[in-house]
Design a protein around this ligand. Structure first.
Ligand SMILES: NC(=O)c1ccc[n+]([C@@H]2O[C@H](COP(=O)([O-])OP(=O)(O)OC[C@H]3O[C@@H](n4cnc5c(N)ncnc54)[C@H](O)[C@@H]3O)[C@@H](O)[C@H]2O)c1
Length: 256
């Protein structure tokens, strides 16, 4: 029996088989959790449905996290199909391509608003909507972040600011919902080649540098992140909340 046997996990952010959310969904399923996936739009639905079949997951519908109505509808679906929720995974980020190149100082007001809304505020909105279910089961919320929140990475720009807001939101949310027995954490992953990462100019350089310099001398995979996520969601993580845990081969400990 796995450590998450009988648990229900809602995973947002699977776009394809390279998605970090997909690595997490598989790891949670391997530990016995029943998974629910969402998608945004018909194109992604066509990619998500065959993946869901592979792990016996439910596809709970489309959810654009900028729309409170869609978030409510999704959690309503979880309530009616499952009647409980133990794990909520937020693996979502977006910024306009123009804002992931050139100088941060040129970020537009709208580009800033959009990146912060999709990539940070959505965690607050989803956690609030999921709380009635999560607090019954002593649930766990997990999001994904990157070291660009604290240090400057070329072209990461507005997404670094969004990740700083996201990490701070993890701490404030953890303090709010902890008394109800709900935990909120983030995993800060090293660079992984995914659809979103392809939108960051010269992302390949980040992969090369990480592989060359990280103490483990390799890049991490979505599976590495998934196994950590499963541990955090299970009994190993029961005393952990409000934290940002690095899964980056040790890259973040280096000074130079
Ligand atoms: N790839 C990396 O190097 C890396 C490193 C650290 C952290 N992260 C973070 O991991 C998370 C997952 O990204 P990924 O790299 O797996 O890429 P991905 O492209 O596979 O996943 C991003 C997901 O965000 C979803 N999304 C975007 N806008 C949305 C919206 N309005 N509503 C709902 N969903 C929306 C997309 O549909 C997609 O499924 C992101 O938060 C990303 O910043 C990625």
């Amino acid at each position: 029996m796995g450590t998450l046997s009988g648990k229900r996990a809602l995973v947002l952010g699977v776009a394809n088989e390279r998605s970090i959310a997909w690595g997490i969904a598989q790891a949670l399923a391997n530990e016995g959790a029943h998974i629910g996936l969402t998608y945004v739009g018909e194109t992604l639905e066509r990619r998500v449905r065959p993946l869901a079949e592979k792990i016996g997951a439910d596809v709970l519908g489309s959810c654009d996290v900028t729309d409170d109505g869609q978030i409510e509808q999704l959690l309503g679906e979880v309530q009616s199909q499952w009647g409980r929720l133990d794990v909520l995974v937020h693996a979502i980020a977006f910024a306009q391509r123009d804002d992931l190149t050139g100088r941060f100082v040129d970020t537009s007001r709208e580009g800033f608003r959009l990146a912060l809304d999709v990539s940070a505020y959505s965690l607050v909105a989803l956690t609030r909507a999921a709380m009635p279910l999560l607090c019954e089961s002593g649930g766990s919320v997990l999001t994904l972040t990157f070291a660009g929140s604290e240090r400057v990475f070329p072209n990461y720009n507005v997404m670094g600011v969004a990740k700083a807001a996201l990490e701070s939101s993890v701490r404030y949310l953890a303090a709010d919902v902890g008394p109800d027995g709900v935990r909120v954490n983030a995993i800060s992953a090293g660079p992984i080649k995914t659809l979103s990462a392809a939108g960051i100019r010269n992302f390949r350089d980040m992969l090369h540098v990480a592989e060359e310099r990280a103490p483990l001398r390799r890049n991490v995979s979505a599976d590495d992140v998934g196994r950590l996520a499963a541990a955090l969601a299970g009994p190993a993580g029961h005393g952990v909340t409000g934290q940002v845990l690095y899964a980056d081969g040790g890259l973040s400990i280096l000074g130079v």
